[in-house]
Design a protein around this ligand. Structure first.
Ligand code: AMP
Ligand code: GLY
Length: 430
């Protein structure tokens, strides 16, 4: 296979809305003949050009066996947990091309302390911080500052490890919770200065040396309209976020992404996958809130419909360190809007097992991606998670894109369906 060839057989690992969107975008990429998804969900079970495998994302041996049996040309790993557990290393060692960093690079997300140290060393703008590996160390750092700090558990915490404290007492309680073992084993954390400003997500596809940037996206983390209430995995998104114009994106590349890649290289890490920079646009410029080692969810669902037919070839080029000779990725100049339909109770205790009905026809400008869904033996789709579906639409402007997405949601029914009606309020005129 030459450097610029597209993969024919692709395996997507993961079972959320992000992986449904990735499988869909890869299946319609030029040259791709077949996509396998493990374990997938109720959406990937019905996706054209897609075969679902009952293999969990943590089962490295079964995934390796599938790569061999199906002669997989490219593996795309969606979630962070298998990356942090070394799935990409295992498959690469066996000779397969994998889009997704090894366990070394995945520390960008899997250890806040590691990521902060890298940022400081590389001069990347980020909030000041203190690391602590014991309760006493953390409490004394907090007392010394005498102000509410942001408290972040060190390891992967499925989006629940961060407390933006309003008071010193709240920060203290968050520290106690981490050292009480809520986030597992050897507890450690980072305390951070609070920064202010709108947030935006930027995604770089990297081959270890070079990178391609996707349009910036904005997520909506809170459950409630008006951005109130508890944090969720993300209730909706839109792209390209006008918060960062082309010049702003170039600035982020220069100040954040290039130095990050250089710092990874300096550590001997060939990072082949997504560098997701969660940024806050402060009065003094962009500041990194977090790095993730994978696509955002629901940012991925929002972005995938904008990807041109070269998408699979570009991911393969990243996986093989050959971005220099890859076809350039065309990106549709459209506004993409995504609204998440969640289960009743999310992000707390949720209802599960309710049948889903939908009259939505997936098309070129409207897609219904599944997240927490499951098909029973008769093929009936049921709710099976907190975030159930992602309704995504594209149009020439955001007003039209969101109107289409919300009209699509009117065609979808399940007991307790919950969604925010104000997704994209920053860019909608109504
Ligand atoms: P994370 O789990 O790292 O995505 O953080 C969750 C949310 O906490 C972010 O999306 C921000 O809204 C908020 N956050 C994280 N770090 C800071 C900070 N230093 N200052 C203010 N807010 C923050
Ligand atoms: N949408 C936020 C995340 O994927 O972490």
């Amino acid at each position: 296979m030459t450097a610029t060839a597209a993969p024919q057989h692709v395996l997507v690992v993961g079972g959320g809305g992000r992986e449904n969107a990735l499988a869909w975008a890869l299946a319609r990429s030029a040259g791709v003949q077949q996509v396998w998804v493990a374990p997938g969900n109720g959406g990937t079970a019905e996706l054209e050009g897609c075969i679902q495998l009952a293999i969990s994302e943590g089962d490295q041996e079964a995934l390796l066996k599938t790569c061999r049996e199906q002669r997989i040309d490219l593996v795309v790993v969606g979630p962070e947990a298998p990356l942090a557990a070394g799935l990409a290393d295992r498959l690469r060692d066996a000779g397969f091309a994998v889009f997704g960093p090894g366990a070394d690079g995945a520390q960008l997300e899997a250890s806040k302390q590691w990521a902060k140290a890298l940022m400081v060393e590389a001069g990347i703008p980020t909030a000041g911080y203190w690391k602590a590996n014991s309760r006493e160390e953390a409490l004394s750092a907090l007392e010394a500052q005498g102000k509410p700090l942001v408290v972040k558990a060190d390891g992967l915490a499925a989006g629940k490890g961060v407390t933006v404290a309003e008071s010193v007492d709240e920060a203290r309680a968050a520290i106690e919770e981490i050292f009480a073992g809520r986030f597992g084993g050897d507890a450690s954390l980072v305390l951070e200065e609070r920064t202010h400003g709108p947030e935006v997500s930027v995604f770089a596809l990297s081959d270890g040396v070079r990178m391609v940037l996707l349009p910036p996206a904005q997520d909506h983390k809170r459950i409630g309209e008006g951005d109130v209430g508890p944090n969720t995995g993300g209730m909706g998104a839109y792209a390209p976020a006008p918060l960062l114009d082309q010049a702003g994106l170039e600035e982020v590349k220069r100040l954040v992404l290039e130095p990050t890649l250089a710092a990874l290289q300096a550590r001997g890490i060939s990072y082949r996958g997504v560098i997701y920079a969660g940024l806050m646009l402060t009065e003094t410029g962009p500041s990194v809130i977090e790095f993730n080692c994978r696509f955002g969810d629901p940012e991925c669902e929002t972005l995938m419909p904008l990807m041109g037919p070269e998408f699979a070839a570009v991911l393969l080029a990243c996986a093989t360190g050959q971005l220099a000779t890859a076809p350039s990725l065309t990106i549709a100049q459209q506004c993409s809007a995504c609204v998440i339909a969640a289960a009743q109770g999310y992000p707390g205790e949720i209802r599960k097992g309710d049948p889903i009905t939908s009259q939505v026809e997936n098309g070129t400008d409207l897609q219904l991606f599944h997240a927490g869904t499951r098909r029973d033996d008769a093929g009936v789709c049921h709710t099976n998670g907190g975030r159930v579906l992602a309704m995504v639409a594209q149009a020439g402007d955001f007003d039209a894109a969101f109107a289409k997405a919300y009209a699509g949601l009117e065609q979808v029914h399940f007991e307790g369906i919950t969604y925010r009606r104000d997704i994209g309020h920053q860019v909608r005129s109504n």
